[in-house]
Design a protein around this ligand. Structure first.
Ligand code: PEP
Ligand code: MG
Length: 584
């Protein structure tokens, strides 16, 4: 029976806005099924459940293959042949039957265990091609698991809203899932896992679409194709809204759109406090489809261009020439403003640079950020040369992620110098004065900022990682999401210390886009804020309604505070007092 009464599910709001549309549920990142014992009388129906999930998955894969062949050609579609082969692999099926008969457990749990086991073996084979297929097997596993869920929970990929704009509900979305999403089709996201600082949330904010994360039992309790409302202000997903609820949200949506337009209309006014403190307000971008929004938002260029999706999102790494063309386009379109390119930041919560032979126990403390680039100097130099060449066409800055100390800065300078020499030899132009900076997102770099300041032109504080590493709270683990507090006194003191080093310092983490915290960041002395394009008009409005002197006085008090709540409240109080319109 189809459920038709209104139902509300609560989560954590991570990107503001209202979306109204049809709900599409995806089982990507499905958790491991719960294991339960079964009775001998259940074995037949359990196996039948598995058989029908296989048949359904097969149909889906054929349909997908056809669609991809039509859209992108036979080569791309061939990937689904491998999926289909794995689905009916006789060794796996034989093994499954044997385990199922021996264990007497629910079939989805046994299938999960057998396939996981196989994936573990594949992760250790020598052939890198086979190793890289592990992700495809994981994909097939997810599909079969999804098709074993009760049919009212999850529909198929041809669900009624499959090809029209919809609200996407998923257990989890990886960085590559988010990179794959078509922004014209996805009205909003809602996930079971995630935190405000996860890439899914960052992406939602940069696209300007509402998002809610951390909704318990989302996938199992949602109904595919039903009408839904996603409230990114209060973090609520409403299934089957009544006409009254829908009217209320349509009115709210219209009101918010009107207010937002009013803020956007101020885009040509400078981001300057009432008493004349000028802040550079730049944009954070990572996808080509965001470029149009840079001008529309009135951003003074780009303060953080996350290059990893461009570099790793496709099948192979773009060569120097392709990178150069891509960077140059962005630089020319932002002139006369500066574009700051952050070099490849892979690993941890981001896309992996390559499939590793051994799984890292602590990927956030492992092979990521600048460490990857420095251990692959030839690949790194291609990116550096491409950025240098783009600097001949406009104002460019380059910065490096996850720097922990001076050794990495010196290595980077050496490689940059080599690249300049190579370009000179080739007779290719670049800007001798291109600014070179580093991200401050590792506590040791913040502590050493006075020394590092002698070696670079600017700092950009990545508050997402700086918070994660300073207070030891995983930025993507929803179990500790409520403990992720960028206003922790330990973090605020590090920001203060970094800014006190005396070189231009930007804030490019998510903290900069929080209207409650603008007074604190201005008071701490940040000279630049770089935020998602959609938030930019609001932050400009906020800065223009602040007094720098008041911000400084409040910050003096905040620096004496003992806990994150007091600091947040001090800043939020001044924010509400200075620009109440943003809180209505
Ligand atoms: C940060 O860590 O704050 C940051 C801006 O970088 P990213 O979110 O891409 O890690
Ligand atoms: Mg970071």
């Amino acid at each position: 029976m189809t459920e038709s009464f209104e139902r509300r599910m609560k989560g954590l709001p991570v990107s503001p806005g209202i979306a109204i549309g049809c709900l599409r549920v995806e089982a990507r990142g499905c958790p491991a099924p719960v294991t339960r014992s079964i009775l001998p009388t259940e074995t037949e129906s359990e196996w039948a459940r598995f058989e029908s999930a296989l048949a359904r998955t097969e149909e889906e894969l054929y349909a997908l293959k056809e669609r991809v062949a039509h859209l992108s050609g036979a080569t791309e579609a061939a990937i689904f042949d491998a999926h289909l082969l794995f689905l009916r692999d006789r060794t796996i099926l034989k093994r499954l039957r044997k385990e199922f008969d021996a264990r007497m457990q629910n079939i989805d749990a046994v299938y999960y265990a057998v396939v996981q086991n196989f994936m573990e073996v594949m992760r250790h084979v020598d052939d890198p091609y086979l190793r890289s297929r592990v992700a495809d097997i994981g994909d097939v596993l997810q599909r079969v698991l999804k098709n074993m869920l009760p049919s009212q929970a999850v529909g198929d990929l041809q669900s009624p809203c499959g090809c029209q704009p919809h609200i996407l509900a998923a257990y989890d979305l990886t960085p590559s899932d988010t990179a794959d999403l078509d922004p014209r089709m996805v009205l909003g996201f809602v996930t079971e896992t995630g935190s405000a600082i996860s890439h899914t949330a960052i992406l939602a904010r940069s696209l300007g679409i509402p998002a809610v994360v951390g909704v318990p039992r989302l996938v199992i309790d949602s109904r595919v194709g039903c009408k839904a409302i996603l409230d990114g202000f209060s973090g609520v997903l409403i299934l089957n809204p009544t006409a009254e609820t829908e009217d209320y949200y349509r009115a709210l949506q219209a009101e918010k759109d009107k207010a937002y337009k009013a803020f956007t209309d101020m885009r040509d006014l400078p981001a300057e406090t009432l008493d004349g403190r000028r802040i550079r307000l730049a944009a954070n971008v990572e996808f080509a489809h965001e470029y149009g929004a840079i001008q529309r938002s009135g951003a003074e260029g780009v303060g953080l261009y996350r290059t990893e999706f461009f570099l790793l999102g496709g099948g192979s790494l773009p060569d120097e020439e392709t990178q150069y063309e891509h960077y140059r386009n962005l630089v020319e379109s932002c002139a006369p403003h500066e574009v700051i390119f952050r070099t490849l930041d892979s690993g941890g919560d981001k896309l992996p640079f390559e499939v590793l032979e051994e799984k890292e126990e602590n990927p956030f403390l492992g092979w990521r950020g600048i460490r990857v680039s420095l251990s692959r100097p030839e690949v790194f130099k291609e990116q550096l040369r491409a950025i240098l060449r783009a600097s001949a066409h406009g104002k460019v800055g380059v910065m490096f992620p996850m720097v922990s100390g001076i050794t990495e800065v010196k290595q980077v300078h050496e490689l940059l110098e080599e690249c300049r020499n190579e370009l000179r030899e080739r007779g290719q132009a670049y800007d001798e004065h291109m600014r070179v900076g580093i991200m401050i997102e590792v506590p040791s770099a913040a502590m050493m900022s006075d020394v590092l300041a002698r070696h670079v032109d600017f700092f950009s504080i990545g508050t997402n990682d700086l918070t994660q590493y300073t207070i030891a709270v995983d930025r993507v683990n929803f179990r500790v999401a409520s403990m992720f507090r960028s206003t922790h006194p330990g973090v605020i003191r590090m920001i203060k210390q970094t800014i006190s080093a005396g070189i231009p310092t930007a804030i490019c983490g998510e903290m900069g886009g929080d209207i409650n915290l603008v007074p604190l960041l201005v008071g701490l002395g940040a000279t630049e804020l770089s935020v998602g394009t959609h938030l930019l008009p609001l932050i400009r409005y906020a800065i223009r309604h602040l007094s720098y002197e008041e911000c400084r006085a409040m910050t003096e008090q905040a620096l004496q505070a003992e806990d994150s709540y007091t600091i947040r409240n001090l800043s939020a109080d001044l924010a509400r007092q200075s620009y109440p319109a943003l809180f209505e």
